[in-house]
Design a protein around this ligand. Structure first.
Ligand SMILES: NC(=O)C1=CN([C@@H]2O[C@H](COP(=O)(O)OP(=O)(O)OC[C@H]3O[C@@H](n4cnc5c(N)ncnc54)[C@H](O)[C@@H]3O)[C@@H](O)[C@H]2O)C=CC1
Ligand SMILES: CC(=O)C(=O)O
Ligand SMILES: [Mg+2]
Length: 608
């Protein structure tokens, strides 16, 4: 291993450092001894541990550790405590001039010192999440080929058909317990980004660890590269993916099936398979195909459903009006909106309502207008039950004027469609109009927080998919909530990975929604917030993880055996600790063995 590589791995040093303190010379003196070669071999092993981002502590190696590892001189003399390392990371992060710079700095930190990275993300989640996740991750995905410097995840392309097991097992991690896979066809609200979808798979799994505290070595981000229909990418000389139009139909579905089987045969049936940012018709198709037979979930439909329902439960609590008495208008009838709509129906049915009663006050609107019964064919079969018997209405303003919704949720990927007039109409008819602008990234939000508050005299209960800063109005600080599936998927994943089910039923998303809604009530009883603040997202993930695991154990769906007596302690024990560990950790200790005194030498002298 080249010395330069070592320095690079340790802390991006630019040379060797000679410290003249005599006690620090011990290792070098030792190196002159005859045992040198034997020792060098041991040290080589240690070196590997040191340059591995999992173990590397940079300036956090104590001087004793540096001596043991023979890295004295490869680091400057200073030792930094954890707090000092975090402070240094923060200084570096803040000194970047753009969010893209901050993202790239964090990737470098991640590739050098994994624990410090996750510690930093957890500690500064409010300012870091918008960088590693929406909105900056959207810009990263758009420019992925031009900023490409390392793979970050596994790329499985359509030409790997027949060799899936081989490709999956090229991944260096051997104990994979969750996979986040995308085919990049609908990345946030940015459309088809092909192999650039890796950015979002990496971002989601980063939140598994930052929020769910799931150990990163169990996680694998994957892009299924089946081509792209994005003309700009196809013409980009730097494009990193398959430069062909998307494959579809049987060829596509067979590849996805081979992927599912490859994961199961590589790491077992309990491996969590998280589908992200597939185009909506495929997303629904794969839920019906895989939900009952794999440890599988679709985040855009099911994770978003849990988050959306939790927001509606908060509206119900704040307005003191039962959910079924609210008129809900979904603008958008795709993965996000339809997923939420279906879960709201399940929630209302659990309150002893029929499906028809539950759907009575739920309206869907897509780019053709309100979904009505006279539609010839429905893009998705799941839309049809929501269709209403009414004359067609296509203009959003008109729809709001006529239906007078109390809850308006946008998931269209169309920035700004909640216009001033739409928002004013909402405020005209409702005391506390609930407005959810769920589309990501920020540029695609249906309205900004400022617009929502300004055009409703500050009365809106507002949440958005990407974060907005607080708004000052008449001396009052109005803080918007973030309605993002990041409040659901890390906890669902944590619970599922602990309990290891072979299937994740819809009840899990009801439980997730209720746990998230209860959290806000318990922690902020007097507040009118729709969701807890993002700085609480790790606590939410833990609560959701425990609730999901408990449900899976109680219903016999868990395959983890034996069933733990204390699920809370069990889930907590599974979690990742971001504290910097010793370089050469003592994993377990042996007790001192009782000593038996040696018998006296009673050998008789030889007679002959
Ligand atoms: N906040 C969150 O946690 C999540 C947010 N999203 C965001 O939601 C957006 C939509 O995602 P999907 O549902 O997967 O997309 P999709 O493509 O499945 O659905 C979009 C829907 O919007 C409709 N639409 C488009 N323009 C419209 C208009 N002018 N008026 C009315 N309807 C219109 C389309 O007909 C379609 O029904 C994206 O921006 C995505 O980032 C998605 C998942 C989770
Ligand atoms: C948040 C998310 O999953 C999306 O916008 O697609
Ligand atoms: Mg998504």
């Amino acid at each position: 291993m080249a010395l330069s590589q070592l320095w690079f791995g340790l802390n991006r040093n630019v040379g060797a450092f000679l410290c003249i303190k005599p006690e620090n010379c011990a290792r070098n003196e030792l190196a002159q001894q005859p045992v040198r070669h034997w020792h060098a071999n041991i040290i080589k092993q240690d070196y590997r541990k040191v340059i591995d981002p999992k173990y590397n502590k940079g300036l956090g190696f104590t001087h004793e550790e540096r001596q043991k590892l023979s890295v004295i001189g490869l680091l400057p003399c200073a030792y930094r405590t954890e707090a000092e390392q975090l402070y240094a990371a923060n200084v570096n992060f803040n000194s970047q001039e753009s969010n893209m710079g901050r993202y790239l700095y964090l990737r470098t930190l991640r590739s050098r010192q994994e624990r410090l990275y996750y510690r930093f993300v957890s500690e500064y989640v409010e300012k870091v999440m918008p960088i590693i996740y929406t909105p900056t991750v959207g810009a990263v995905c758009q420019r992925f080929s031009s900023i490409y410097s390392s793979s970050m995840g596994l790329y499985v392309c359509k030409y790997d058909r027949g060799n899936m097991y081989h490709v999956l097992n090229n991944w260096p991690g051997k104990d994979i317990r969750a996979v986040c896979v995308t085919d990049g066809e609908r990345v946030l609200g940015l459309g088809d980004l092909g192999a650039h979808g890796m950015g979002i798979a990496v971002g989601k799994l980063d939140l598994y660890t930052a929020l769910g505290k799931i150990p990163p070595q169990y996680l694998m981000p994957v892009v299924l590269d089946v081509g792209t229909n994005n003309k700009m990418l196809l013409a980009d000389p730097l494009y990193i993916g398959v430069r062909e139009k998307r494959c579809t139909g049987k060829e596509y579905e067979d590849l996805v099936q081979e992927f599912m089987d490859g994961v199961v045969s590589s790491w077992g049936h309990e491996t969590l398979i998280h589908f992200e940012d597939f185009a909506t018709p495929n997303a629904f198709k794969f839920i019906s195909k895989y939900q009952d037979n794999y440890c599988y979930f679709n985040d855009d439909i099911q994770g978003t459903a849990a988050t959306g329902l939790a927001g509606f439960l908060a509206v119900e609590r704040i307005t003191k009006r039962p959910l079924n008495e609210h008129l809900i208008l979904f603008v958008g009838a795709g993965s996000a909106a339809l997923g939420i709509g279906k879960l709201v129906v399940k929630e209302l049915m659990s309150r002893k309502m029929s499906a028809e009663e539950a759907m009575k006050n739920i309206y869907l609107m897509d780019s053709f207008g309100v979904v009505t019964k006279d539609r010839k064919d429905f893009i998705l079969p799941d839309i049809e039950p929501f269709a209403k018997d009414m004359p067609p209405l296509t203009d959003l303003e008109q729809v709001v004027k006529e239906l007078k919704p109390s809850i308006l949720l946008g998931a269209t990927g169309q920035g700004g469609i909640f216009t001033e007039n739409v928002l004013r109409l909402m405020a005209q008819d409702q005391k506390q109009p609930a407005i959810f602008a769920c589309s990501n990234p920020t540029s695609k939000a249906e309205c900004t927080a400022e617009q929502a508050y300004n055009f409703t005299e500050g009365r809106a209960l507002f949440a958005s998919g990407s974060p907005f800063p607080p708004v000052l109005m008449d001396g009052k600080r109005l803080t918007p909530s973030q309605a993002n599936n990041a409040f659901a998927f890390p906890g669902v994943a944590l619970g599922a990975m602990c309990a290891k089910p072979h299937t994740i039923p819809d009840e899990v998303y009801l439980i997730t929604a209720r746990t998230l809604a209860d959290y806000a009530v318990e922690e902020y009883p007097d507040s009118v917030i729709l969701y807890p603040p993002v700085m609480d997202a790790a606590n939410v993930a833990f609560k959701v993880g425990v609730a999901v695991a408990e449900y899976l154990f109680d219903t016999g769906l868990a395959t983890k055996f034996p069933i733990p007596d204390d699920v809370c302690a069990f889930v907590s024990g599974y979690q990742y600790n971001t504290a910097l560990e010793p370089a050469l950790p003592v994993t377990w200790k042996y007790p001192e063995q009782p000593r038996i005194s040696l018998p006296k030498d009673d050998t008789k002298e030889c007679e002959d």
